[in-house]
Design a protein around this ligand. Structure first.
Ligand SMILES: C[S@@+](CC[C@H](N)C(=O)[O-])C[C@H]1O[C@@H](n2cnc3c(N)ncnc32)[C@H](O)[C@@H]1O
Length: 223
């Protein structure tokens, strides 16, 4: 595992209970959101997975795609340890195919350009401020192959009657994460603008929980 020093929020204390805290607050809804597009990702070979936490998504991806290689980047050593254990339990060849990096995703330098045909950020972009997200997109997009996919899941504020409840819910989530992890972000950043500027096109999206959750597939131009 490579290691880079960071000054971001610390998710180590909640790594072990993370799954159960999630089930207690939202049941299996986040899991359904993460896994919604998984069955469509059968041809990808090189994945960059940012902030996957305890690895529940990556374990399923490695098991589904037996030749896929993955770089998993997370600031939390405890999360990465759980991720590795879970991936190795799910796939006998995972230890050779998975490379974990304890690093700030904003500073992570992928080994070679134009390498990844898949980026995954489930409930990770909402940990970033707008300038951080803009920086991340500018850093990551040059490392993508033509036709690469970026799969993301995030909270969103819908229009209509759910707008206010969603705002209150998201605000309380940020407060909880601030208290537990020291997260400084307070608002959902806008990913659509930097993605579109970087020439990515949204090819699919799916909303859950009355529009408070969204999972989306974005794609780079095919050549
Ligand atoms: C809210 S959790 C999301 C975990 C998981 N992806 C999910 O779907 O629930 C955010 C994860 O991103 C990691 N993280 C937060 N900021 C980071 C950063 N700047 N660079 C790398 N990892 C980061 C945290 O350690 C944590 O594992």
């Amino acid at each position: 595992m490579t290691q880079t020093k960071t000054r971001t929020a610390n998710y180590d204390p909640i790594a072990r209970p993370y799954q159960w805290l999630e089930y207690l607050t939202l049941g299996r809804t986040l899991e359904r959101t993460r896994l919604h597009y998984l069955p469509t990702l059968t041809r990808q070979q090189h994945a960059l997975v940012l902030g996957d936490g305890d690895g529940r998504f990556l374990a399923r991806l490695l098991a589904q795609n037996p030749t896929l290689q993955a770089d998993a980047v997370d600031t939390s050593a405890a999360m990465l340890q759980l991720l590795r254990q879970r991936c190795e339990a799910a796939s006998p060849t995972a230890s050779a195919r998975l490379h974990t990096h304890q690093a700030n995703a904003l500073a992570f330098t992928p080994p070679t350009p134009q390498k990844y045909d898949l980026v995954v950020t489930h409930f990770f972009l909402d940990c970033l401020t707008q300038p951080e997200l803009d920086t991340l997109v500018a850093r990551i997009t040059p490392t993508l192959t033509p036709g690469a996919l970026w799969l993301l899941s995030d909270f969103r504020i819908p229009t209509g009657p759910m707008r206010l409840p969603a705002k209150l819910f998201v605000r309380s989530l940020y407060l909880g994460f601030r208290i537990i992890t020291g997260l400084r972000t307070t608002h959902l950043p806008d990913h659509t603008t930097p993605f579109t500027k970087a020439d990515l096109t949204r090819t699919a999206h799916h909303h859950l929980l009355a529009g408070i959750l969204s999972t989306e597939l974005w794609q780079t131009p095919s050549s």
